[in-house]
Design a protein around this ligand. Structure first.
Ligand code: AMP
Length: 172
């Protein structure tokens, strides 16, 4: 199955000039969703990755991260937009392909020395993933890998994340 064909390009969303990669068209296809998750999962199941926690980035990272955490039998930790998490948080600012924002994570969600897999749907400029990795490290966690469904290679976000093993299922 050609998974890349199931991702819908939406021009000028959320701003003029951005081609939004809409993954809902892949997610709504049960076989494709399962195949994508199985392909991603394979390398973490086959290698002795020993992941303690999956950090999923709001919001589409929750969908992929939840499946991964369940399959790997480890904990799931949400990295959320400001003001969404109810308890004490730590925060990291970042810039986005279209704007800037911050991410927060519960300050008791990752223990010192825990091995963490960071997950999001798409790598653009890399700011979001870098902020998430920094949050993990602030808590003493080790970022074992960063996993994306899609990488926009022409934006070179990977260069911001050179210190981490980085994997993408589909590269444009
Ligand atoms: P960045 O920090 O620039 O790597 O942006 C990545 C984050 O923004 C991810 O959470 C993506 O879901 C979202 N994002 C950025 N650009 C796009 C795009 N062209 N299509 C879909 N999502 C995007």
């Amino acid at each position: 199955m050609e998974l890349d064909k199931l991702i819908r390009d939406v021009p000028d969303f959320p701003k003029k000039g951005i081609i939004f990669k809409d993954i809902t068209t892949l997610l709504q296809d049960g076989d494709a969703f399962r195949q994508a998750m199985n392909q991603i999962m394979k390398k973490y199941l086959e290698t002795d990755a020993k992941i303690d926690k999956v950090v999923g980035i709001e919001a589409r990272g929750f969908i992929l991260g939840g499946v991964l955490a369940y399959k790997l039998g480890c904990g799931f930790v949400p990295a959320r937009k400001p003001g969404k998490l109810p308890a004490q948080t730590i925060r990291e600012e970042y810039t986005l392909e279209y704007g800037s924002n911050a991410l927060e994570i519960h300050q008791d969600s990752i223990n010192k020395g825990e091995r963490v897999l960071v997950v999001d749907d798409l790598l653009a400029t890399g700011g979001t993933a870098l902020a998430s990795a920094r949050l993990v490290e602030k808590m003493g966690g080790e970022v074992v890998a960063i996993q994306f469904l899609i990488e926009l290679g022409f934006l070179h976000g990977r260069e911001k994340l050179l210190k981490y093993p980085l994997h993408s299922l589909i590269v444009y």
